[in-house]
Ligand binder design. Structure first.
Ligand code: ARG
Ligand code: ZN
Length: 871
């Protein structure tokens, strides 16, 4: 079935409250749902249509009377009550089987723990209900289970009653959530869990109990999550005046979870990857990830829960806005420039790719088949960029006014992206009509820039054109121009900024036409353009500057983000240049300006080690591939490797110096500075390890780091670097690591992933072999991502091996997973979808696998939507 945004209709019935009763048993769960239903429309007696899937219906009653089978229609996806009264009580009893639920949607078990995932449409796997976000009801939830197996039983809101049941060894709890909510925010957890407690006093003086529930063995890994939660609560009060609204905030960590985490009201359920940390088991990236996701889910309490989405086409209303909020939080907690670079890397390396492929869709899609396929980098991360542009256009103060008005108007409502923009516009008197094109036009706008300076009139002219490529269902030539905020700096040749109004060196230009010229006067010398500072819009700027200018900006731009931007442009063009030379078979010549720039960066006084590391890390092959018309993955890998080795060869001493000088002084810490030093040190080591032939002394450094380090960042980096050098040493280290960590599932995910990303040509056979490791499981999404996901989307050269075995392996895995967990299967398809970008032989091989997947009888709607749109 295809759904269209334009088909939205307000619901015929509303549900004011629902009382749920869950009776959990070993092999089944009985669910009784009693709802107060009211018809919205006085005149017509339309039937009441309830969604429901994989449910065993036991009985339906209206106002206490059992309905006969002629009074309703039941099929695989719905229950229709034919002629209900205007106001009534509806009682539905169903049986469900969480033990058998491997799709991890609805009520399921993660190990022995019962938990739920209802967003987007999982509640219909729990009971028959109008499963749509614009129906807001007050939920009361009773849970009953075995005392031994489920000592802890949780749901949304406040605990109002507990007790024991007559039936032997069982007990019950009752939770009530006073805030009306859509059913996608419903949650239930039951099992043997331990809990870490803390408290937060809100700005108005209310005490909130904070609880993180984990398996007992993980109690010592919750500190960072708790600290992050308190920081997030404080930040939202300070930044937006938003306070928490219940007496308890609970987080539960489970090992089997399709996504990162879920913002269920008062009861967040998390993938344990985003809760558990300790220096020995979690990397710096993991620490940052936990802080970001904890904040993200917390921020949803206002942007998502108090104000929710009218329909799923509006998903970015809550996700784009909440990502924007968590990005700003993380920027303030850590380094703003590093955070911004990471945001942009996600956009460039993943979202631009999505935008240029067959699954491209607007931030607010017009149509979908399976909504789970639209939890995408476009809806989340491009959506966040759209909100960021609003802030750039309104200024921080204006943006805050807009947010205030948004909550004032829409608290307790289910609304649309238009409502959000209207609040922003009305609060500040800004015209955002043209800006809204960002919500409905897909594709990454391409900007072309030209400039000239007139000595006579001391004026400078900057001409910018915008064009947006074709995307599925939208012709580029029919797209209207976007309203694009361009943050611009002009710099003199000795590194000074020409703009300087009240300390602000950057001006915001408004590009609204397809082509526009901006003129600056009193420009007495030829300026160097620092364009799109801080990446002020999610656009693809065609390089318009000479390498000399880029090298200059890489060294001197006062905007630190743009220094990185120039460095990246220069390294990408240097690599692609080599790739072209390899294609032609001409002798390789290097772009010396790039090497000068790198030498300058590594020998200058280091201001921020993390920024230096980011500038030195070469762009991944997937990002480089976007800049080629017909990708040959072998040449791309070769070209990138040649540049990496050339840098390592020329600057061996400098890298060794960086490695030695950025060792941890004193105690291990997770501060931004300490993380930055580790990143730089490990980046240097990675260069030293790339030398060909390998040098024993550097291999030894790496082995020493592996065996001596007490933190996972250093341990796993060393292991990763060694993974590219097969031999007995490598095998021994991997075996060591396995013995040491086999009891820790999250650590073992890293062990799987590293092997799947080895550039060595025996990689695929290793991966296939690991499928039968006793720690691997197709039913655990983290394991699937670690092994199959890492190989297919993190190992460009081996996945795209010319024998096509990478492709057929992935297709096999997708087919197998499709019957277990369709959501996870669908996410794995993405590396095959961009077949058009690759050279002919690979195109054919990739397409063949898409066809093979499409042929599977009973293919899930999840996989089928993506495969069919891609072939
Ligand atoms: N709302 C969650 C978050 O962004 C994501 C849950 C999506 N889950 C899914 N199965 N589509 O925090
Ligand atoms: Zn979210």
């Amino acid at each position: 079935t295809v759904f269209f945004r334009k088909d939205y209709k307000a619901p015929e019935y509303s549900i004011e409250k629902i009382d749920l009763n869950f009776q959990l048993y070993d092999t089944k769960t009985k669910v009784t749902a009693i709802s107060c239903v009211r018809r919205n429309n006085k005149e017509n007696r339309s039937p009441l249509i309830l969604n429901g899937e994989n449910l065993q219906l036991i009985s339906v009653k209206i106002d206490g009377n059992v309905l006969s089978s002629s009074e309703y229609i039941l099929d695989n996806t719905s229950l229709t009550v034919l002629t209900p009264p205007a106001v009534f009580e509806l009682e539905i009893v169903t049986e469900i089987y969480p033990q058998e639920n491997k799709a991890l949607e609805g009520l399921y078990q993660s190990g022995p723990i019962f938990c739920t995932q209802c967003e987007a449409e999982g509640f219909r796997k729990i009971t028959y209900y109008p499963d749509r976000p614009d129906i807001l009801a007050v939920f009361t939830t009773r849970i009953e289970a075995d005392v031994e197996k489920c000592p802890v039983m949780l749901s949304n809101g406040n605990l109002i009653e507990t007790g024991s049941v007559e039936e032997g060894g069982r007990h019950f709890v009752v939770w009530k959530d006073p805030f009306p909510k859509p059913c996608y925010l419903f949650a239930l957890v039951a099992g043997r869990l331990s809990c870490v407690n803390d408290e937060f006093i809100t700005s108005s003086g209310r005490a909130v109990d904070l609880k993180i529930y984990v398996e007992e063995k993980n109690l010592n890994k919750c500190d960072h999550a708790m600290v992050s939660l308190k920081k997030a609560m404080e930040w939202d009060e300070k930044t937006y005046g938003l306070e928490y609204d219940l007496d308890t905030y609970m987080i539960v960590a489970v090992d089997d979870f399709n996504m990162g985490a879920m913002e269920n009201k008062g009861l967040n359920i998390f993938n344990s990857k985003y809760v558990l940390t300790s220096p020995e088991t979690a990397t710096d990236e993991d620490y940052i990830g936990v802080e970001g996701v904890i904040a993200h889910e917390y921020f949803h309490n206002w942007t998502g829960n108090r104000v929710t989405c009218r329909d799923w086409f509006q998903l970015s209303l809550k996700e784009g806005l909440t990502v924007f909020r968590d990005q700003n939080f993380s920027a303030e907690m850590n380094s703003p420039t590093v955070q911004r670079i990471k945001d942009v890397q996600i956009l460039r390396n993943f979202q631009f790719r999505e935008d240029s492929g067959p699954m491209a869709h607007p931030v607010r899609p017009e149509t979908y088949e399976e909504i789970n396929n639209f939890y995408t980098v476009t809806v989340y991360n491009k959506g966040a960029e759209v909100v960021r542009m609003v802030q750039t256009l309104l200024g921080r103060e204006g943006f805050r006014k807009g947010m205030d008005l948004y909550f004032h108007r829409h608290d307790g409502q289910a609304v649309t992206c238009d409502d959000f923009i209207a609040a922003m516009a009305d609060a500040t008197g800004t015209d955002l009509e043209q800006f809204k094109n960002w919500y409905c036009q897909a594709g990454t706008p391409v900007l072309e820039v030209s400039s000239h300076w007139e000595a006579d009139s001391s004026s400078f002219h900057l001409t910018v054109t915008q064009n947006c490529p074709d995307t599925p269902g939208q012709k580029g030539k029919n797209k209207k121009p976007f309203h694009i905020p361009l943050a611009l700096g002009l710099m003199t040749e000795n590194g000074k900024d020409l703009f300087g109004k009240n300390g602000c060196k950057t001006e915001i230009l408004h590009l609204k036409e397809q082509k526009q010229t901006f003129t600056f006067t009193n420009i007495a010398e030829k300026p160097v353009v620092s364009f799109l500072r801080d990446f002020s819009a999610p656009v693809d700027v065609k390089t318009f500057q000479q390498d000399e200018e880029l090298a200059f900006l890489m060294k001197y731009d006062s905007n630190l983000y743009n220094r990185w931007e120039s460095a990246t442009r220069l390294s990408a063009s240097t690599i692609l240049d080599v790739v072209r030379q390899l294609e032609k078979g001409t002798p390789i010549q290097f772009n010396e300006l790039f090497f000068d720039g790198v030498l300058h960066s590594i020998t200058e006084k280091i201001e921020d080690p993390a920024l230096l590391a980011l500038a030195l890390e070469l762009p991944p092959e997937t990002a480089l591939a976007l800049q080629l018309d017909s990708v040959d993955p072998d040449l791309l890998f070769q070209g990138r490797t040649i540049i990496k080795r050339e840098l390592a060869t020329r600057f061996q001493n400098e890298f060794l110096f960086l490695y030695i000088n950025n060792q941890e002084a004193g105690k291990y810490r997770i501060s931004p500075e300490a993380m930055g030093r580790r990143r730089l040190k490990n980046c240097a080591l990675s260069y030293l390890m790339s030398l060909n032939p390998p040098q024993d002394k550097f291999l030894q450094l790496c082995i020493d780091q592996f065996s001596k380090s007490a933190n996972m960042t250093d341990t796993i980096t060393a292991l990763r670097l060694i993974s590219h050098h097969p031999g007995t040493t490598r095998d021994a280290l991997f075996t060591d690591f396995y013995r040491k960590w086999e009891h820790d599932s999250l650590v073992m995910d890293k062990w799987f992933a590293i092997q799947a990303m080895s550039s060595h040509e025996n990689c695929l056979s290793t991966v296939k072999h690991l499928l039968s490791d006793r720690l691997f499981s197709m039913e655990n999404p983290n394991k699937v991502r670690a092994l199959i996901g890492a190989f297919s989307s993190g190992n460009h050269v081996q996945f795209h091996a010319i024998n096509g075995e990478g492709y057929s392996f992935l297709a096999d895995m997708i087919l197998q997973l499709d019957s277990i967990n369709p959501q996870i299967a669908a996410r794995l398809v993405s590396p095959l979808t961009n077949w058009k970008r690759y050279e002919k032989r690979r195109q054919i091989l990739m397409k063949k696998e898409l066809e093979r997947i499409a042929k599977k009888p009973g293919l899930s709607p999840d996989v089928s939507e993506i495969v069919n749109k891609s072939r």
